[in-house]
Ligand binder design. Structure first.
Ligand code: ADP
Ligand code: MG
Length: 351
């Protein structure tokens, strides 16, 4: 059975960067305003994330790494009203099957932090002869998750990984994208033991500013801002006012920051968030590329950040979490409206 669990876990956690994506989403779901990541050997030796979010109750620790354990579904009817993709309760369980995992966590009302070790979905003793129960320890409000020796027991996954510098680059890429999307959260990413972080952000006013800071001046000075929504242009677009506030499954909004034709790169950089989750959609990407193919010379590509909010009920929840390609209601209409919005801005630029 443990082999089957390992294989299933490897389907969810492909590499250090995919584990980190899950952990980042958990920290953001916990409303962290500060997230620090430490990496050793491309995340294979060590992947550690520290947040100042709500923490995990001690009573929840024994079942934390059990499959389908999630605090994000209160009743069955919530299944159709998911505000986060993180509803499956599979991420931490999966990690515990393919790596050594420990958690230090403290809620605001706890008087101390608690530390727990996991393997194969359950609490384990930190040392031989000890009990598996969480142990009290010193710690700040929030959660530290430490993952060591990823895929030590899944050699096929391990052998599919690239060099540690390539895995590190993928990690940095994921952190950078989430830092763009969450400009009010401070992010830090560094190699363990290194005094200088590769990435460090302090809270900024908006996504445009975050793009300037993280992707540089040549992109930053050419950014166009586009907002479209089901109710016309604009509309609020933030974590706090989600699209389902008005209880209309047809309601949506989208915000893009994309470069003018003055910016020409050899490859497209495309950041897509749907309901605050980093996802992929080849159909949306193609649509935007075709808009740009009308204004850019052949072989030149833009930078595009796009955030779409739709009613959580309209996102296909049956798509497996590893399939980062998402499907949602009215996808064609929404894509067309976004493409038109970008097109108009680009045309307005070209004279
Ligand atoms: P899901 O995110 O789908 O609920 P996970 O396996 O990612 O499942 O996490 C399981 C549960 O652990 C979450 O529902 C949440 O209650 C808790 N959790 C995980 N990470 C954190 C964190 N950084 N801060 C607070 N709670 C967390
Ligand atoms: Mg999660």
């Amino acid at each position: 059975e443990s082999l089957i669990n390992r294989i299933a876990a490897g389907e969810i956690i492909h590499r250090p960067a995919s584990a980190l994506k899950e952990l980042l989403e958990n920290s953001l779901d916990a409303r962290a305003t500060s997230i620090r990541v430490a990496i050793k050997d491309g995340g294979m030796k060590l992947l550690q994330i520290q947040d100042n979010g709500c923490g995990i109750r001690k009573s929840d620790l024994p079942i934390l790494a059990e499959r389908f354990t999630t605090s994000k579904l209160k009743t069955f009817s919530d299944l159709s009203r998911l505000t986060t993709y993180g509803f499956r309760g599979e991420a931490l369980a999966s990690v515990s099957h393919v790596a050594h995992m420990s958690v230090v966590t403290k809620t605001k009302t706890d008087s101390c932090a608690w530390k727990a070790y996991y393997s194969e979905g359950v609490l384990i003793p930190p040392k031989a002869g000890q009990t598996p129960d969480p142990k009290p320890c010193a710690g700040n409000d929030g959660t530290i998750i430490t993952i060591e020796d990823m895929f030590y027991n899944t050699p096929t996954r391990l052998s599919a990984l690239r060099s540690s510098s390539e895995e590190y680059a993928r990690i940095l890429d994921v952190v950078t994208k989430y830092a763009v999307h969450n400009p009010k959260v401070s992010f830090l990413c560094r190699k363990a033991g290194s005094p200088t972080p590769e990435l460090s952000t302090s809270p900024t006013s908006d996504v445009g500013q975050a793009i300037r800071l993280l992707y540089g001046h040549s992109i930053g000075k050419e950014l166009l801002h586009v907002e479209v929504s089901s109710t016309g242009a604009g509309g609020s677009h933030s974590r706090d006012t989600s699209a389902d506030d008005l209880d209309d499954p047809e309601r949506w909004s989208a915000e893009a920051y994309c470069t003018s034709p003055n910016y020409q790169a050899k490859k497209i950089v495309f950041l897509l968030f749907i309901n605050h989750r980093l996802v992929e959609s080849s159909s949306i990407k193609r649509a935007i590329e075709s808009v740009y193919s009308g204004v850019l010379p052949k072989g030149a590509f833009p930078f595009v950040y796009l955030s779409i909010e739709v009613d959580p009920r309209s996102v296909d929840v049956n798509v497996h979490p590893t399939k980062r390609e998402v499907i949602f209601l009215n996808e064609e209409v929404i894509t067309e409206r976004i493409s038109d919005g970008i097109q108009q801005k680009l045309v307005g630029q070209s004279h």
